[in-house]
Design a protein around this ligand. Structure first.
Ligand code: ADP
Length: 297
């Protein structure tokens, strides 16, 4: 089983030719709502990829909270550990222009109400096989989740996004088995703009690193093997939001199923390549059979 602790947002995505400036109104070409937030996104990705998944996080007691809970259940994500708190559900307002550039406002709402984990939540984590988390919840929660996992011998995967203004402490990194930064985060964390140098630097802190490089694929390094570069699948990307969450979810499921690193990275790249061809963070995330099809070529 996979436990995911992280943010849960209702994404409101508007498509415009040019994003409005201050005091300006523009007419959009389209709109959709989708399940978002890195916690919910990784949970949906892993469940679609065939994993048995439960989420730990919080939604508000508004209609979006109900909608997100039922959307997560529809995606076969276990929600018995999902808190409903008095107040608003996390919200992201996203404006995408016709260059594919986006501008985002996130209002954390219920996500910010999570400042620690209950004993029951820690037990859920301790009873899982792999624990996934990111940095959209307060650091106290991230650390508590990682500590609970490590204390029970549960494998931990940290996606260090959004990029930090303060450095990740070694206390937190000590609990991490696999770190999956994108190239920007890897540079912020290490000061190294070159992926290979950054990966080597990160290996001082954690035993396994995957740096994602967008359309340039990903770089994997652990303490046993040589660096591996896996190219991305060549597809026409429409919306890359959720690409890495899809990648992390699928990579985790593949590794748990016993695949070795190279096929697991390729399978995760195939999943992410399918996700970027559709719109929205979770709407276009693929099911296992679709991933298998692209993987098989
Ligand atoms: P993030 O969006 O979080 O910065 P990346 O852009 O590095 O993450 O994407 C994560 C993974 O998704 C990449 O390693 C790659 O496998 C896949 N991916 C991202 N963009 C594309 C693309 N344009 N075409 C194909 N695959 C992509």
């Amino acid at each position: 089983r996979i436990s995911v602790c992280g943010s849960i947002n209702m994404d409101h995505v508007s498509y415009v030719r040019v994003a409005p400036g201050a005091g300006e109104t523009v007419v959009g070409q389209g709109f959709h709502e989708s399940v978002g937030g890195k916690g919910a996104s990784q949970a949906v990705a892993a469940a679609r990829a065939g994993g048995s998944v439960e989420i730990i996080g919080a939604v508000g007691d508004d209609t979006y909270g109900l909608l997100l809970r039922s959307s997560l259940m529809d995606a076969a994500v276990g929600t018995s550990g999902l808190r409903s708190i008095a107040g608003r559900t996390g919200m992201a307002h996203i404006v995408v222009d016709d260059q594919g550039e986006n501008a985002v406002v996130v209002v954390p709402g219920a996500n910010a109400s999570m400042t620690g984990l209950t004993k029951v939540e820690e037990q859920r984590i301790a009873l899982s096989d792999v624990f996934l988390t990111q940095l959209e919840l307060p650091m106290t929660v991230v650390e508590a989740g990682l500590r609970a996992a490590r204390g029970a011998g549960v494998k931990t995967v940290l996606t260090p996004a959004p990029v930090l203004t303060a450095p990740l402490t070694q206390t937190v990194l000590d609990y991490v088995d696999v770190l999956v930064p994108n190239i920007h985060e890897a540079e912020v964390l290490t000061g190294e703009p070159y992926p290979l140098k950054a990966a080597h630097a990160l290996l001082d802190a954690v035993p396994e690193v995957v740096i994602t490089l967008g359309a340039d694929g990903c770089l994997h390094l652990d303490r046993e093997g040589l660096p591996l570069w896996i190219p991305a699948f060549n597809v026409a990307a429409k919306d890359t939001s959720g690409a890495r969450d899809t990648f992390v979810g699928a990579f985790t499921v593949a590794r748990m199923a016993g695949r070795s690193v190279v096929p697991a990275l390729r399978w995760a790249s195939a999943a992410a390549a399918i996700a970027v061809q559709g719109q929205g963070a979770t709407n276009a995330m693929p099911h296992r059979a679709e991933i298998d099809r692209l993987f098989a070529g």
